[in-house]
Design a protein around this ligand. Structure first.
Ligand SMILES: Nc1ncnc2c1ncn2[C@@H]1O[C@H](COP(=O)(O)OP(=O)(O)OP(=O)(O)O)[C@@H](O)[C@H]1O
Length: 338
């Protein structure tokens, strides 16, 4: 589909971003970012503070112009048709500002009218989103008196009100307790397949259960993108083993490589009072190697093994390794690695 199609179309991806750049007075907050979100997909947008998540989201929603590059929503170019794009997106910004003195139902009605929903349709749609967001009992309450969790739900209700094909939520669960997080998670899950959703969050386990794919951004660049399982495999390796071992690490590395060439030592702690360290190793092999690894280390008297277990890397492990690795690459010319 061409970039200048006159109508949003149902064949184009929900979001297409190509070589997007945003510079603030020469500082590259978003540095040549390209990605696609499919129709009906839920994409997790992860990155440390200042990575460029909010900037990218604001560009996609038409609230901030990019310095260069192309962003399209359902085939509509954001740069030249931002008002049209705003109608295609339900946006819940970070720290969503809400009118303190309006009642929940009044606010949704007012927003619905701004979104050009007809009066009759709007009343039944408000009832629907109140139900979905479990806001029914709060409908007549003043927004300024609501708890943080209910305010977040009002923000989500507003984002989905006009049933746009794309929803963008910047940190929708920030400051919520575990029950409220669960409610928001269920709500996002209920949108799967009907709407395309981008969510940024620092709560990695939540992203892992909610999202079909995850994009990790750091210092304005995409570090990696894929399903949580793909990222685990690509970033961490197929399997991770944790060793509690007393040894000379310089001797352990070569011994492990002779045993299995794909093994790499990923982390080593300082030795404890008895000389034992925690060492994490990764292997590119799918099949379990724990038993033969145990035999190898037990039969070599250079090594004293106290524990060996197979670890299941979380998305948090992936995030830490991926962002650390990308920072090393970005910083390399300025700061040589020790
Ligand atoms: N208006 C602005 N002027 C100058 N620099 C800005 C502006 N807005 C953002 N930045 C900088 O751009 C970078 C990316 O910011 P952005 O808010 O997009 O990050 P983020 O990933 O959303 O971070 P957080 O998780 O902390 O919200 C940061 O270094 C930030 O300081």
């Amino acid at each position: 589909m061409s970039a200048d199609a006159t109508q949003p179309d149902s064949l184009s991806p929900a979001i297409e971003v190509q070589n997007l750049v945003k510079s603030y007075a020469g500082f590259l907050a978003v540095n040549n970012v390209s990605f696609t979100v499919r129709r009906g997909e839920i994409l997790g947008f992860l990155g440390p503070n200042g990575a460029g998540k909010s900037t990218t989201m604001r560009i996609l929603t038409g609230y901030l112009p990019a310095t260069s590059g192309v962003a399209r929503v359902c085939g509509v170019p954001v740069a030249t048709r931002p008002e049209e794009v705003k109608r295609l997106i339900g946006y819940m910004p970070e720290n969503n500002p809400l009118p303190e003195d309006m009642r929940v139902s009044e606010y949704l009605y007012y927003r619905g009218r701004l979104k050009e929903l007809g009066r009759r349709k709007l009343s039944s749609r408000i009832n629907e989103v109140m139900e979905l967001c479990d806001l029914g009992r709060e409908r007549h309450r003043i927004i300024g008196k609501l708890s943080k969790g209910f305010r977040q739900r009002v923000g989500i209700a507003e984002a989905i009100l006009a049933e746009p094909p794309v929803i963008i939520m910047d940190e929708p669960t920030i400051g919520l307790d575990p029950h409220q997080i669960q409610l928001v998670r269920d709500l996002i899950d209920s949108l799967r397949g009907n709407m395309s959703v981008i969510i940024s969050s620092h709560i990695l386990p939540e992203i892992e259960v909610t999202c079909d794919r995850v994009l990790i951004i750091n210092q304005g660049r995409i570090v990696t993108m894929g399903t949580p399982a793909e990222l685990r495999r690509d970033i961490i390796g197929h399997s991770v083993y944790k060793l509690e071992i007393a040894c000379d690490v310089e001797q352990l590395g070569p011994a492990l490589t002779v045993f299995e060439p794909s093994i790499k030592i990923s982390e080593t702690s300082a030795p404890d009072a008895d000389g034992f360290r925690i060492i994490y190793i990764t292997t590119g092999r799918d099949e379990p190697i724990g038993e033969s690894l145990l035999q190898l280390l037990r039969s070599d008297d250079r090594f004293r093994l106290r524990g060996l277990s197979r670890e299941n890397p979380t998305l948090e492990d992936v995030f830490l390794v991926a962002t650390r690795r990308s920072r090393d690459i970005i910083d390399a010319p300025k700061k040589p690695r020790r």
